[in-house]
Design a protein around this ligand. Structure first.
Ligand code: FA5
Length: 351
């Protein structure tokens, strides 16, 4: 038994020479020193020895056990040190290396324009409002003085939502932000100075028309709103957004929901409103003016639909396209408006 014990020690020492990783060391440790390991198996033999033999073999067994444990401890120390070294090597960090700058994006140019427009009107006390972009026919047309069979509706090439009619008619994808006018009046808080910016949808798609675009709608409802004030607001916006040398004009027009109605024009940036560059017709505007959008004094029927008495309250409103307005400012020579939403980064990154 003494020989077997010493042989086990030698065998373990030889085996450990070939162990290179801590996990393998653990496997050998269980095999040799575990509860059912080789040493425990050998020591079972002690039971059949007489007392004197037990004393001698007990001393040897102790020496062998300590020898085996020492061999394991030495290998463990060596492998642990090597593991730490390898970790340090693989996780090495040079604090003097230049950092990797993360790519920073920016908002889309339409979002930038919406922010600019909101800020300009905020200076005049206009509060940003949001209204449904899928709304009842009533708010988009009926309440805007356009009864269901009125031909003026044809100008707003409208998408209708399939389904049952409600008490306020069918549902539409709002073709203009004017649906917000009566909705804002229904809130019952006066006077109103709102700027509502939202998505509009029309059955149109060509170089000047998007099927989904943005409008910004201004609405003032007060006891004595006037065309003069409307003109002042238009001028303030034009000078703030396009530049201090730009001027505006109101041109008579017709909308069912305003009376009188106007188209607002802004003097052209290329010919400064003269219509000519070096004696030749201006290529951009041809006549000195660029069209911005519609405006007018809120029609008495719309004021009534908002639950107010038109003899007591008056108002003015305007509704202009965000994309078209933004393109006018930037002097963007875009020959197809649809490029704005093609997600072409080569275009988007320029702004
Ligand atoms: C209207 O939508 C009226 N609701 C504006 C208004 C409001 C008038 C309040 C009076 C009082 P119009 O259909 O002209 O008007 O559209 C207004 C602007 O929206 C246009 O001048 C244009 O800038 C923009 N627009 C209209 N359709 C499109 C389209 N398909 N793609 C891009 N912009 C468009």
């Amino acid at each position: 038994m003494e020989n077997e014990l010493r042989q086990l020690l030698a065998e373990v020492q030889a085996r450990l020479l070939g162990v290179n990783v801590l996990a393998d060391l653990e496997v050998v440790r269980i095999e040799v020193l575990g509860r059912k390991g080789k040493l425990a198996e050998l020591l079972k033999g002690l039971a059949v020895l007489d007392i004197n033999e037990k004393k001698v073999i007990g001393v040897v067994a102790n020496e062998v056990k300590m020898g085996i444990e020492r061999a394991f401890a030495e290998v463990e120390d060596k492998l642990s040190a090597a593991a730490v070294l390898a970790k340090n090597e693989s996780e090495w960090l040079d604090m003097t290396m230049p950092g990797v700058t993360p790519e920073v994006g920016h908002t889309h140019l339409t979002t930038q324009a919406i922010e600019d427009i909101t800020n300009i009107f905020a200076h005049l006390g206009f509060v940003r409002a949001r209204h449904p972009e899928v709304d009842w026919d009533y708010y988009a047309f009926e309440a805007m003085n356009m009864p269901s069979d009125h031909p003026a509706r044809d100008d707003w090439e409208t998408f209708f939502v399939k389904g049952e009619k409600g008490v306020k008619g069918k549902m539409v994808l709002t073709p203009h932000t004017s649906n917000g006018q009566v909705r804002e009046m229904e809130k019952g808080v006066f006077p109103i100075r709102m700027i509502s910016i939202g998505k509009c949808f029309r059955r149109q798609a060509d170089v000047r028309h998007l099927p989904s675009f943005y409008q910004f709608e201004g609405l003032v409802i007060d006891k004595k709103a006037s065309v003069t004030e409307l003109k002042g607001v238009c001028d303030y916006f034009a000078k703030s957004y396009f530049g201090p040398d730009r001027v505006t004009r109101l041109r008579p027009y017709h909308f069912r929901f305003t009376e009188p109605s106007f188209e607002l024009d802004v003097s052209c940036s290329v010919c400064s409103g003269t219509g000519k560059v070096d004696g030749v017709k201006c290529k951009l505007c041809k006549e000195g003016w660029l069209e911005l959008g519609g405006a007018g004094m809120v029609h008495p029927n719309v004021i009534k639909a908002g639950g107010l008495d038109p003899d007591e309250y008056s108002g003015f409103a305007f509704g202009w396209g965000v994309e078209r307005t933004m393109m006018m400012r930037a002097g963007l020579n875009i020959d197809d408006i649809r490029i704005l939403y093609k997600n072409d980064l080569r275009f988007i990154r320029q702004f």
